[in-house]
Ligand binder design. Structure first.
Ligand code: HEC
Length: 504
C-alpha cells in the first residue's frame, strides 16, 4: 500500500506559553533545522510562506528565542511543550544548573533520554538549562492546567460537534492506559505503578495487589485490558516493566493477569515476558488488544537496542506477539515451526509501538509506533510481516545523523501512514459504534509531542484525510472506545480521564 504522509507544511500553532505566543510557527519542517535557519528567516520574510519560521520582533534576548525553539524542537516532544514533565518533578539527577547541563549533555540513553553533547554547543546547552529552570520556577501542575486552552465549550470538527466531559482530573503521575468495565467504571493505569478504578461518580479508587512493577525511564505500569469474557471471569491484564529476578537492573516488557474482585487483584500470574531482559529503561511498547477470535496481542519495543533485536527472530524484543489468553502459544503462529524463532512472534521489525487497535470491520490488528526523529508509523499487521525497523525508516537519529538511507526494501512492509516530522503517536483507537457519525472507522491517535488528537480519515484501509483535534489538550497517552460507545482519552499534566460526547 502506498504510504501517505500528512502535509508537512500544515500550519501548527506554537503554544509554549503565553509569553511565547508570538513564536507562532508556520512549519515544523523548517524548525528541524534549528537556529541557523530560524535566524535567517526573520521578520522580513513573508509570514504566510509555509517554509519559513516567523519570529515577531520582540525585545526578548536572542538566546531565549534560540533556547525556546530548541526546547520545542528537541525536548517538548518527550517532556511536554509546557514543560509538564519538569514541573513539580522529583529530579533523579538533580536540578542545579550544573546537574541539568550534565543530563542534557550526556543523556541517559539507556532510559530513553538522548545525549545532546554533539547536537548543541556548550553555550546552547547552558541557555537551554537556564530557560527550563527559569520557566518552571514557582510553577505547579495546577497552574499548567489553567494555561491549557479552554476546551469547555462546543467543539466543531469536520464532521461532528462534540463536548468534552472530564470524569476526573486527579490521576496522579502519568496516566498511560484505560479500559472500561461492563458496569461503566474505568480502569486507568498510572506509569509510576498504580492502577485506578475511576467510578461513575468520578471517585478514584486504587486497585491493590499488582505484580512487582519497576518504574524507570519509559517503563512502569503501562497498558490495561479486560478479558473478552470478563463478565464471567473478571480477568484483568496488565503490561508493565518487570525486573530480572536474578538482576534487578535488567528489565523486560511483561504481561500479568489477575482476577478483579472489589478493589484488589487476586491469583496474579505473569503470562508473558519479552526476553531477554535488557539493562535499559527505554522502548517497552506496550499495548494489549484482544482480537475477535480471543487472541491476545502484545506490542514490545526495541528496548533501545535497535541493531541487536528487532530483525532477529531469536528474541522477543521489537516484535508484536500473539498469545492465548493464558499465555500459551497458538500453534498457527507464523514462526511456530521456525527453528530458533520465538514462537509467540506475530510480526517483527518494530521500534516503539505504543498504539494498537483492532479494526472494527475487518478485525485486523493495526499498530502505531514512534519513529526516532521523524518516521512515526501506522502499520496494518499481517502474520509474519517484517515492518523494517531499523533497516528501512523515514526517520533519522535524535542528534540529526542518519542510520539508514533506505525507506523501502523487498520483503519489508511499508507503513499505511507515516509522520515526518514526528507527532509522537501514543495510544490509538478506531472509532466504532453509532455515536460518532462520519468518524466511524476512522483512526484516532494521541500525540505526545503536539498534544492533540490526530484523526486519520479512513476509506477502508486507506488514509484519505487528516484532522487535528483538541489542540493543546496535553499529552494524549491513550484513546479507547468504551463499552458504553463513547470515545475516551487519558491526558497528562494534570492526569485527566475525558469523554467525547457528540452533540445531538
Ligand atoms: C525521546 C524522549 C526524550 C527527549 C527527546 C528528551 N528527553 Fe530528557 N529525558 C527523557 C527521559 C525518558 C528521561 C528520564 C531518564 C531517566 O530517568 O534516567 C529524561 C531525563 C531528562 C533530564 C533529567 C531529569 C531528572 O529527573 O534528573 C533532563 C534535565 C532532561 N531530560 C532534559 C532534556 C532536554 C533539555 C531535552 C531536549 C534537548 C530532552 N531532555 C529531550 C526523555 C527525553
Amino acid at each position: 500500500m502506498a504510504p501517505t504522509t500528512s502535509n508537512p507544511f500544515a500550519e501548527i500553532t506554537f503554544k509554549l506559553k503565553d509569553r511565547y505566543k508570538w513564536l507562532k510557527t508556520t512549519t515544523i519542517f523548517a524548525s528541524l533545522f534549528c537556529l541557523s535557519i530560524l535566524l535567517s528567516c526573520n521578520s522580513s520574510t513573508d509570514p504566510e510562506s509555509p517554509e519559513e519560521e516567523v519570529i515577531d520582533p520582540v525585545d526578548d534576548p536572542v538566546e531565549s528565542v534560540g533556547a525556546a525553539l530548541n526546547y520545542r524542537n528537541h525536548c517538548g516532544g518527550c517532556h511536554g511543550q509546557n514543560m509538564s514533565s519538569f514541573v513539580e518533578r522529583e529530579w533523579t539527577y538533580g536540578n542545579s544548573s550544573e546537574e541539568v547541563v550534565q543530563s542534557i549533555t550526556n543523556g541517559y540513553t539507556d532510559n530513553g533520554m538522548p545525549a545532546y553533547g554533539a547536537t548543541f554547543s556548550e553555550q546552547e546547552i547552558q541557555e537551554l538549562t537556564d530557560y527550563i529552570l527559569t520557566e518552571i520556577e514557582g510553577k505547579t501542575l495546577a497552574m499548567l492546567e489553567e494555561e491549557n486552552p479552554d476546551l469547555s465549550g462546543l467543539i466543531s470538527s469536520d464532521d461532528l460537534s462534540f463536548r468534552l466531559e472530564t470524569l476526573t482530573d486527579e490521576i496522579p503521575g502519568v496516566p498511560w492506559g484505560l479500559e472500561q468495565l461492563p458496569n461503566g467504571d474505568i480502569l486507568v493505569t498510572e506509569r509510576g505503578g498504580r492502577l485506578f478504578l475511576v467510578q461513575n461518580n468520578g471517585v478514584l479508587v486504587e486497585v491493590t495487589n499488582l505484580p512487582d512493577i519497576v518504574s524507570e525511564g519509559q517503563g512502569g505500569l503501562l497498558d490495561v485490558i479486560i478479558h473478552p469474557d470478563f463478565e464471567n471471569n473478571s480477568l484483568v491484564y496488565l503490561s508493565y516493566s518487570r525486573a530480572n529476578p536474578n538482576n534487578g537492573s535488567q528489565l523486560a516488557t511483561a504481561v500479568a493477569r489477575g482476577i478483579l474482585s472489589g478493589n484488589s487483584l487476586s491469583q496474579v500470574e505473569i503470562i508473558f515476558t519479552a526476553l531477554p531482559y535488557v539493562d535499559s529503561g527505554a522502548h517497552f511498547g506496550s499495548r494489549l488488544v484482544f482480537d475477535n477470535n480471543g487472541y491476545l496481542y502484545v506490542s514490545v519495543g526495541d528496548r533501545g537496542r535497535r541493531d541487536t533485536y528487532p530483525q532477529a527472530l531469536d528474541n522477543a524484543i521489537g516484535k508484536i506477539h500473539r498469545i492465548h489468553d493464558d499465555g500459551q502459544i497458538p500453534t498457527d503462529n507464523p514462526f511456530y515451526n521456525t527453528s530458533g524463532a520465538v514462537n509467540s512472534i506475530f510480526t517483527y521489525g518494530t521500534r516503539n509501538p505504543q498504539g494498537m487497535s483492532i479494526h472494527p470491520e475487518t478485525g485486523a490488528v493495526w499498530e502505531g509506533e514512534h519513529g526516532p526523529q521523524g518516521g512515526d508509523e501506522i502499520n496494518l499487521l499481517e502474520a509474519g510481516d517484517n515492518n523494517g525497523w531499523p533497516v528501512i525508516s523515514y526517520g533519522i537519529n535524535y542528534d540529526g545523523t542518519t542510520f539508514t538511507d533506505l525507506t523501502e526494501l523487498d520483503g519489508m512492509e511499508q507503513p499505511v501512514h507515516y509522520w515526518t516530522p514526528s507527532i509522537a503517536p501514543c495510544g490509538m483507537t478506531f472509532v466504532s459504534g453509532d455515536f460518532y457519525g462520519n468518524w466511524r472507522n476512522d483512526l484516532f491517535v494521541g500525540s505526545l509531542k503536539f498534544e492533540y488528537l490526530h484523526r486519520l480519515k479512513m476509506n477502508g484501509n486507506e488514509v484519505v484525510g487528516h484532522e487535528e483535534l483538541l489542540d493543546g489538550i496535553g499529552r494524549v497517552r491513550d484513546a479507547q472506545m468504551g463499552r458504553d460507545g463513547y470515545l475516551y482519552l487519558v491526558v497528562e499534566g494534570p492526569g485527566r480521564l475525558i469523554r467525547l460526547v457528540p452533540e445531538q
